[in-house]
Design a protein around this ligand. Sequence first.
Ligand code: ATP
Ligand code: MG
Length: 455
Amino acid sequence: MNSNKGMVAIEETVNWWKAIVESMNDGVLVIDRSGIVRTINPEYTRITGVTPDIIGKPLVLYRPGARLPETLASGKSQVGVYRKTHDREYVVDMAPVMLDDKIVGAVSVCKSLTEVQLLTQELEKQRQKVKELQEQMSALHRVRYTFDDIIGAESKMQDIISIARKTAATDLPVLIRGESGTGKELFAQAIHHASLRSEKPFIAVNCSAIPSALIENELFGHLDGSLVSQSVAGKAGLFEMADGGTLFLDEIGDLSLDVQAKLLRVLQEGAVRRVGEVEERRVDVRIVASTHRDLYQLIAKGLFRNDFLYRLNTIDLQIPPLRERKKEIPLITSSLLADRFEVEDNVMMFLTQYDWPGNIRELRNVLDYAMCLVDENERISIRHFPDFMQKQHTLYNEEKGILPLHEAVEVAEKQILVSALQSCEPTVGERQEIANMLGISLATLYNKMKKYNIK
Ligand SMILES: Nc1ncnc2c1ncn2[C@@H]1O[C@H](COP(=O)(O)OP(=O)(O)OP(=O)(O)O)[C@@H](O)[C@H]1O
Ligand SMILES: [Mg+2]
């Protein structure tokens, strides 16, 4: 009774294992320690064409090229062996079958190459997709401006451009200082474009625009859940995104001391740690920083770190404001008008006289404005420029156009007197003070007030 039960159990187990082998997606052939084929599954037949009548026969007799006996003899696995019989191609993995540390047989598992090829093709497709996405991402971070876009005729500007060009070939940090609209970002982009990193991303970070609570997460990235945000997965920071390329830290003077210290550490170590993460990631990033603020004054006030400044300003480019290089205005103007518009003779003088608090950006804007107002076949004239420019102009008068010098001097003199007198009471005592301040006698002050009809 008992032995009968045992037999049934063994039969069940054997059937069970047979069923598993038969249902496998890979072809399977097993030999015993004498090299006799003990089993093959339907998939093996499908792939290799070998039929089940091989079972019970020595493998070498039926498959003279078979390499499974080698595995049986050596006990060494063989992986990814390419086989071709007739028009069938497949790859085989072979392994010894071990029982109590002894080799009791060997198993061969094969996959049809057409399936492998399909998988390879699919993998290749996915690789291509990833490559395309990477290229799209790089394109998003490609720069718009190059050195060819920087207009500069004055010798000082030429010097700055030439230094900037030289630094492009290096990985040195560059600090670009200058008022708003002087072209700081233009220079930063041109340097990246001319560098060996130009195919890699240029990532611009406006340090003053990111709330201080978020800036570390933005710069260094963060782990899952380390930030109260909607993002589900951990996120790479801008440093990681700029890897291999250039990170442009715009308005660096607006960073808190705390973030300055953290940035300094990253620059020193060449590695970032995502917020909430322990592990550091190496990054290869070239730093270009900019500011419109006086960093030395900030240092004196304890708002900017000395050591941080010295990490950034290996190359220090100070771009002068437009009012200090007015000679360039005609060149920049004609370049921005791109030969599409002609201008009246007095326009250049009008533009040169203005003070340009918004620098080249402002010049660009008012030229866009004039190009929009001017009719076809008409030349751009002073009246095509915004009112606020005409009002501030001492050399220009709506009826007469550009004034002769003596008249312009009178306009300026009147403006000075009006604004000085506005600041005092109309008493003799206070007017005497104004006269003293202006370095004229009280009588002269009254005469001029009469001349210009100032009450
Ligand atoms: N030397 C130049 N030649 C040609 N265009 C220039 C030059 N300098 C600035 N510009 C133009 O002026 C505009 C402002 O430049 P940019 O944005 O680089 O200034 P910025 O110094 O970064 O200003 P902000 O401090 O306000 O950010 C851009 O349209 C730029 O093309
Ligand atoms: Mg800028």
